[in-house]
Design a binder for this molecule. Sequence first.
Ligand code: 3H9
Length: 690
Amino acid sequence: MTDPVSYTREGEIAVLTVDNPPVNALGHAVRKALVAAFDRFAADDDARIAVLTGAGRLFLGGADISEFGKPPQDPWLPEVIDRIEALDKPVVAAIHGAALGGGLEVALGCHYRLAMPGTKLGLPEVGLGILPGAGGTQRTPRLTGTDAALALITGGKPVGPDKALEMGLIDRVGEGDVQEAGQSYARTLLADGAGPRRTAEIAPPAAPDKGWDEIDADLAKRHPGEVAQRHAARAVRAATEMPFDDGMTEERRLFNELVDTPQREGLIHAFFLERKVSNLPELKGVEPRPITAVGIIGGGTMGSGIATACLLAGLSVTLVETSVEAASRAANTIAGNLDGAVKRGKMNPTQRDAVDLTTTTEYEALSEADVVIEAVFESMEVKLQVFDHLDRVMKDGAVLATNTSYLDINEIAGATKRPGDVIGLHFFSPAHVMRLLEVVVADRTAPEVVATAFALGKALKKVAVRAGVCDGFIGNRILSHYRSAADEMMLQGASPYQIDRALEEFGFAMGPSKVADLAGLDIGYMTRDRKGRDSPGIVNPDWADRLVEDGHKGRKTGRGFYVYGDDGPTENPDVAGLIDTARKDAGVTPRDFTDEEIVARYMAAMVNEAARVVGEGIAKRPLAVDAVKLFGYGFPRYRGGPMKYADMTGIATIRDRIRGYAEDNPEFWQVAPLLDDLADKDSKFEDMNT
Ligand code: 3H9
């Protein structure tokens, strides 16, 4: 194996380069090699100063995240950094691309720091459920002051070099080539007779502007349920109250506590799955077709959102509507979305002015589009008409995509003369904001069409997840199952509000009744109509239908499970009576539920249906389910997704719960074969991810 840290000399300057693709993570081999390279520098009498750089596209991407939770291997990163800082010859960090987490902490242990334009400097550890554990919580506030350090560490967002310079995190912004800029800075330092300048020797920083209790309360409010941000603030507090070495001991103690939490496990699972899920072995070597021009059919909320997402990615868009008025409404919606994106910094005004959007009523305008995405009313009849039209006007090799959320894409594909080009691209509303994209592969979809869909997903910065054809694909199919579990609990005695509160406390962004109100209660009404009302074991929530029949469709009409007033949602007093009537009709005597039981039942239903979805190959790997729920359905990231939850809870425990629930409703609560199998083998979903 080649040495991950090289040592060369340019006159009196030693150049140490970390080369550990893809992101120069500071794994065990790199830490050992860094110690050896700096020992060599210390012993090299001809070297008066060292420049530390990273090979490839960035400086250092941080500690090797895959090592957390495994037995630690010496030397630890904090010791490596202490050794660099203790050297009696100066060391310059020449940073390009990114210095993140442990990567920035290494730079803070160097005596001088230069960063190139466009570099990201940050301490994103809280996003992984940990805190900067290699001196970041102690050195950062000594350089930037406590308030700026708290913002960087508890926010987890990186800053650019200009901001970093202003904060005192770096000493200068370089120009040109990073190697040359680093060496030029080193020559200046030598000429000035500069010696080592140790951050650890700076006096402890002052207390922050706000009191620590207030900071803690703010963090608890901003990150409900999460522990890392508050722990990180405690570590920064130590920097203000203790000498450096004691602060480091406290940082280590708090870091180790976080490493042992399930939140750390969930967040690191989420980090890796976000990257792994779109990387399909079946697409190795399959070339996607080029995409520059996108056609969209339908300019409602969904079509306009998809158009916005494509324009944000720099693609040209032609949107077809049924009338001039509808086309103009779509153009306005898209303009509003783009203006919002400029405000949020997702696009600059020059890019905004350059967007290439055409709205029209003519299908013929799509003749040059590389891909067309249909986002019309959810009816097979309407979709078949649209695809018939598309089949006639689209050029050969164009990808024909449907945004259906439930319908049979095989049927849609079969109605065209080019079923190999047909695929599902299921976006989530608002499509320019939500990260999830289900790529629904039909029986006859060609591999390069699948590859093209994934390439489009990447261009749109989506988390693209492969799904097979079935009613509701991965996300909505599982949703309808746990939604039914919630309805069953309501029928048996739990109130919609207790259920929402229990699940929000568990970490969901919204409980199921708030979600239903947001989506529109009429959607559930329509879906049940289409599916028939007598699926085995399914509770039919008549109370929601009664609300719809009275004109209450949720948020859009100001009334549903909740009443939406100026002071936010309040419980709708009519709902209890409607549910009561349904209980009486069903002959149910209501009983009490604990919040724990609510969460356990809801999660058991989710895991059970997810196991069926994986077992049937609709999702190829359990991590695909986790990705869908995390990025499209508000599942708490710090729990890693439903399959991770199942692994952490114990598959056999969940199976036992389902068997228990089956006593009330044996048709609904049937253990999925895959769950049974994993429980029997004492295996985990994780074992199926590799
Ligand atoms: C830390 O430093 C703790 C310390 O405070 C204390 C220690 C005691 N480790 O994202 P990409 C993999 S915590 C291992 O697609 P990009 C990634 O999984 C760390 N692997 O590239 C992927 O693998 P694959 C704090 C890592 O160019 C491949 O590299 N640091 C790591 O879009 C390419 O990744 C962070 O949180 C890692 N640290 O973005 C930074 N990072 O090809 C995390 C990446 O097999 N990393 N991989 O799917 C990032 O934010 C982005 O990767 C980065 C590059 C911006 C660097």
